[in-house]
Design a protein around this ligand. Structure first.
Ligand SMILES: Nc1ncnc2c1ncn2[C@@H]1O[C@H](COP(=O)(O)OP(=O)(O)O)[C@@H](O)[C@H]1O
Ligand SMILES: [Mg+2]
Length: 266
């Protein structure tokens, strides 16, 4: 059964759009169709990330106003896998306060009839628009980077989800540098997941390939970094119910020795 997945975060710039587009690519590579709805009202970016900016004529607002059909407002992305990927762009002119909850619900329900998955690239923060999108989603995926600022904001956004009776949100940790975990600068993904009370869905490595890929209007999944591609493939597998374990990031014996030694001396 098709589902609507809302990609959200507390803090901006942590990789929501990167995640939304790359998850769509991973769905598509396994032959599943997928729609991406740009939910970042007034700040659209998914069209640029997908290199579709010159194709868009109708957007979410036109659809809500009845100026076009859903099929008119869906633009097929020609360069992903065998599964169909379509984009519903948001409007640059629209304000969050103008979005009608019943329109969002109706459109997402309609898209679910035509696609194996609907992925909403959500806005950062905990504004009104996010609440509307939460109510229209089946599953929420919180994206966070493993630093205190992003994690505190993720916790705050998690509280909003619970207020909206969504007490289950998956966690995707983005830009993880295993060296920083091993050296004790940041916590291990499993510990972060436990602290946030959000089950871990994916751990995406920090990669120097991703920003240049974005500049080429190509997404992280196709950036050429095999670890990134594998991480997104595994994320989609888990989303579809596969039990794929996360690799433990072990502290190096030298660092473990020194941290124990420091602990004994404190
Ligand atoms: N895993 C990663 N490694 C390195 N850079 C990344 C990674 N994920 C995202 N980025 C970069 O971070 C920036 C913000 O990503 P974006 O997806 O636009 O965030 P958001 O949608 O949350 O604002 C972009 O420049 C993107 O290329
Ligand atoms: Mg974004």
């Amino acid at each position: 059964m098709s589902k609507t997945y809302l990609i959200l975060s507390g803090k901006g710039g942590v990789g929501k759009s990167t995640t939304a587009v790359s998850l769509a690519a991973a769905f598509s590579e396994r032959g599943l169709s997928c729609a991406i709805m740009d939910g970042d009202v007034g700040l659209r970016c998914a069209d640029l990330m997908l290199n579709m900016q010159d194709k868009i004529v109708y957007d979410f607002m036109d659809l809500c106003e009845g100026d076009c059909s859903l099929e008119d407002a869906l633009y097929d992305v020609p360069w992903m896998g065998p599964g169909r990927v379509s984009l519903l762009a948001t409007s640059q002119m629209l304000r969050a306060s103008q979005v009608r909850p019943k329109d969002v619900k109706k459109i997402t329900e309609e898209m679910k009839k035509h696609f194996g998955a609907v992925i909403i690239d959500g806005p950062a923060g905990i504004g009104r628009n996010l609440k509307v999108l939460i109510d229209a989603s089946d599953e929420c995926i919180m994206v966070a980077t493993p630093d205190d600022i992003s994690l505190r904001d993720a916790e705050k956004a998690g509280e909003l989800l619970r207020e909206h009776e969504k007490d289950h949100a998956w966690l995707v940790l983005n830009r993880l540098d295993p060296y920083l975990v091993r050296s004790g600068v940041i916590s291990a993904p499993k510990d972060i997941s436990t602290a946030l009370d959000m089950p871990l869905l994916g751990v995406i490595p920090d990669s120097p390939e991703i920003y240049p890929a974005m500049l080429r209007r190509c997404c992280a999944y196709y950036s050429g970094d095999r670890k990134v591609k594998k991480a997104y493939d595994q994320t989609v597998s888990r989303l579809l119910g596969a039990d794929i374990q996360f690799r433990d990031i072990k502290m190096s014996p030298v660092i473990r020795f020194f941290s124990r030694w420091r602990g004994e001396r404190e």
